[in-house]
Design a protein around this ligand. Structure first.
Ligand code: NI
Length: 138
């Protein structure tokens, strides 16, 4: 084995791996390992970038979720009410029979917005989320 390389075993749902493989094929990766390395680098970069954001910000939080999972819609609404002090507006798209996309415009203190993002991410039925911020001009 290459110096400095650690081999790991990961358990994944088959449909998740199938979807990943289909994407990396289209994107031209020569190996699954290389694609996973890139995915992990992207995950780390996104986390570090979000961590570095401070103070007053405006941004957009997108949340893709499966509305057929029991309780997910109620949980999303409750959390948004609890964080109404940093939520400016909210758009809902019915993407398919199961999937919904929530686009939440946020404005306020990043510490509070991070709490909102963490709570949303932890809801069962949330498939993915993305937080995009734009620093407000002074
Ligand atoms: Ni919907």
């Amino acid at each position: 084995m290459e110096e400095g390389i650690t081999r790991i075993g990961v358990s994944l749902p088959k449909n998740l791996l199938d979807e990943f493989d289909a994407i990396i094929k289209v994107r031209g990766y020569s190996s699954r390992s290389e694609a996973i390395r890139d995915a992990i680098r992207g995950y780390i970069a996104e986390y570090k970038w979000l961590e570095s954001e401070k103070g007053e910000v405006v941004g957009v939080l997108t949340v893709l979720y499966d509305h057929t999972v029991r309780g997910v819609s109620d949980a999303l609404i409750s959390i948004q009410h609890a964080f109404s002090h940093v939520i400016t507006s909210d758009m809902h798209l019915h993407l398919s029979d199961e999937q919904c996309l929530e686009i939440i415009v946020v404005k306020g203190n990043m510490e509070e917005i991070k709490k909102l993002v963490d709570k949303v991410a932890a809801i069962r039925g949330v498939l993915s989320h993305k937080m995009i911020t734009a620093q407000k001009k002074a």
